[in-house]
Design a protein around this ligand. Sequence first.
Ligand SMILES: Nc1ncnc2c1ncn2[C@@H]1O[C@H](COP(=O)(O)OP(=O)(O)OP(=O)(O)O)[C@@H](O)[C@H]1O
Ligand SMILES: [Mg+2]
Length: 251
Amino acid sequence: MENTEVKSDRCQTGIPGLDEIVDGGFPRGRTILLKGECGTGKTIFAAQFLHNGIVKYNEPGVLVLLEQNINYFKKDVAAFNFQIDELEESGKLVIIDASLSRFNLTDTATKSTKSFSLTSRDLIGTKEVVDIIIDAAKELKADRVVIDSLPALDNLVRSKENVRDVILYMNYRLQSKGLTSILVSDILEHRSSDIEGYVSDGVILLRYQPSGPDAGRTLTIQKMRGTKHSGNIHPFGFKEGVGVEVMEAED
Ligand SMILES: Nc1ncnc2c1ncn2[C@@H]1O[C@H](COP(=O)(O)OP(=O)(O)OP(=O)(O)O)[C@@H](O)[C@H]1O
Ligand SMILES: [Mg+2]
């Protein structure tokens, strides 16, 4: 029988304190840019989005890992009780591991039969990369996609493609499949324009200030098309067994 379930127009993150400040969840089918400097919590946030999608909302997901070793990734997020191996084995998470592809190395790290590694030969252009992601999402009947991270993808797609066009094309293809996607990006100080931000539907900024009067971690929704959202700076922390926990903004 055909699945007649109608999904709500919101894709809930399940991240404590976050859905409330974006009017119930990310607008479904949109691409959200998650940006911040190194160590601000982008990977934990993105893993939580996928973990909660599967465990809380029965929404399968695809994770494209472009930077981090898959085994270290699994260990790092296990502290928050994201049991990645179990999610893969349940058939609701596929990890496309391209972390070694720029060196033309592959690893047999992943146990799952569905998750797989890419080599540099696979990554010949944006279209091919997006095709691989969309095929995996289709097979899984996925609702969510995470690409961690975008600048690494830019390194891998060894072509003369214009960054803006690459991101526009990627957004278009992901949106046309109704996938709610998080594209992770770091902040490069020397870059004068914020191309990814302009072409994404939403932008979430994570910051970490280790010391001084503004010490701590904060989250700001810089932009979210199609919904009202908080315009405040929200402190956040990491909670064992939960992951990111967003607090109400201070006055
Ligand atoms: N188990 C934990 N408990 C509390 N905080 C943790 C834990 N594990 C990691 N962290 C914090 O999270 C940070 C790393 O988070 P994450 O890997 O998500 O950052 P990131 O923004 O993806 O970084 P990068 O840009 O380097 O990939 C660590 O620097 C540490 O401060
Ligand atoms: Mg990371």
